[in-house]
Unconditional design. Structure first.
Length: 108
């Protein structure tokens, strides 16, 4: 993941965290914050495609937990936003090429 490619997801999650805090949905906010942190870490770069897939999976699981909680609480608009982020991230994950890292060579 690159920082710019997933800026939309970071912005969306940050907005959802803010709304969850305003609504005093602290458990939801905690899960969304975890998802946001995972996206930020993933956007920071990794050495392998497996690490990127692992970060995406972590984010998807956190978003799924938030979606369930928001739905249970009757927060349908926020749940729909989370579902949209999940769908976009899932689509990006399926379309992402599987690559292997280029070995680094040290120069003297």
């Amino acid at each position: 993941m690159t920082q710019s490619r997933y800026a939309w997801l970071q912005d969306s999650l940050a907005e959802l965290v803010r709304h969850a805090m305003e609504a005093q949905l602290y458990t939801v906010s905690k899960h969304l914050s975890s998802a946001l942190q995972a996206v930020r870490e993933a956007a920071g770069g990794h050495d392998s495609a497996a690490a990127v897939r692992s970060e995406r999976t972590t984010v998807l699981l956190a978003l799924e937990d938030c979606h369930i909680m928001l739905t249970d609480l009757g927060e349908t608009a926020a749940a729909a936003d989370v579902a949209q982020a999940m769908a976009q991230l899932s689509q990006d994950q399926r379309q992402a090429p599987i690559t292997t890292p280029t070995p680094r060579t040290d120069r003297d």
